[in-house]
Design a protein around this ligand. Structure first.
Ligand SMILES: NC(=O)c1ccc[n+]([C@@H]2O[C@H](COP(=O)([O-])OP(=O)(O)OC[C@H]3O[C@@H](n4cnc5c(N)ncnc54)[C@H](OP(=O)(O)O)[C@@H]3O)[C@@H](O)[C@H]2O)c1
Length: 243
């Protein structure tokens, strides 16, 4: 994949992995549009990278996803890459009382949005040159961490969807890429909860080199091992993670 000459939309792109990945496209001369819910986070990202375009949008809400497609089609018709990166992670115990609307929102953000956005943008992407969809899943797609059960289920489903999408689009120009992060030091789940993770720029530098070289499923460190593990190896990984 060429990192230059694209127009890319990154959901949840104002922070963390989305911003670190977006930077590689930006520094190679691509036009970058970031979307997210928090205006202050979007403005902060734009201060860092002044040519980036920012757009407030909550991808957990279907009407906002449709409005996002319309905005891009009208204002950035050259858009050729969709990066489904927005995600939230909640630590919950299924047996304890919890707000169903919060759980629904986690499913909507992590799973419904990438599926719906793919549907909404594919007719547009099919008419562009070098089109691609990059879905951000997780090492937890392959072996769950039981303290974040809904998150892991959404990421496993997104991995599955990404495989089917790639298969369905194999005869088209649309490349379907899966980015499989390990624990990365971002604010995922809340500030301070992922400080044990790898450095976000170290992660992005490695995976973007491989995506640029044409790889379609890319992990880093522990997630590279997990995505390639056999079923018996996954059982060992599951026990180690949840022990
Ligand atoms: N960090 C890790 O250890 C790790 C590991 C595996 C996979 N991942 C995945 O990597 C992706 C990026 O996460 P991150 O680690 O970079 O954490 P992050 O910094 O918290 O980034 C998540 C981004 O998503 C945005 N977002 C959340 N809900 C949204 C919504 N409804 N609509 C639009 N934007 C929304 C957030 O912005 P607003 O709050 O302003 O909307 C934020 O910018 C996620 O899909 C996550 O699951 C992360």
């Amino acid at each position: 994949m060429n990192l230059n000459g694209n127009t890319i939309l990154v959901t949840g792109g104002a922070t963390g992995i989305g911003l670190a990945v977006a930077r590689h496209f930006y520094e190679n001369g691509s036009t970058v549009i970031l979307c997210g819910r928090r205006k202050d986070a979007l403005i902060q990202a734009q201060k860092q990278y002044p040519r980036m375009i920012v757009h407030q949008c909550d991808v957990s809400k279907a009407p906002e996803r449709v409005a996002l497609r319309d905005f891009i089609r009208n204002d950035f018709p050259a858009m050729n890459i969709l990066i489904n990166n927005a995600g939230i992670q909640r630590r919950i115990h299924i047996a304890e009382p919890d707000s169903w609307s919060d759980t629904q929102s986690e499913i909507a953000t992590n799973l419904e949005a990438p599926i719906h956005l793919a549907q909404l943008f594919l007719p547009h992407l099919m008419q562009r040159e070098n089109p691609a969809i990059i879905n951000v899943t997780s090492g937890l797609s392959f072996s769950p961490l039981a303290t974040v059960p809904v998150y892991c289920a959404t990421k496993a489903a997104l991995h599955s969807f990404t495989m089917s999408l790639r298969h369905q689009l194999a005869k088209t120009a649309v490349k379907v890429v899966e980015l499989v992060p390990p624990a990365v030091n971002t604010d995922l789940g809340g500030p301070g909860l992922h400080t044990f993770g790898v450095d976000v720029n170290e992660f992005a530098d490695s995976v973007m080199k491989r995506i640029a070289a044409g790889e379609l499923e890319v992990g880093f460190g522990l997630s590279e091992g997990t995505r390639l593990a056999s079923r018996p190896e996954l059982e060992v990984i599951f026990k180690r993670m949840n022990g």
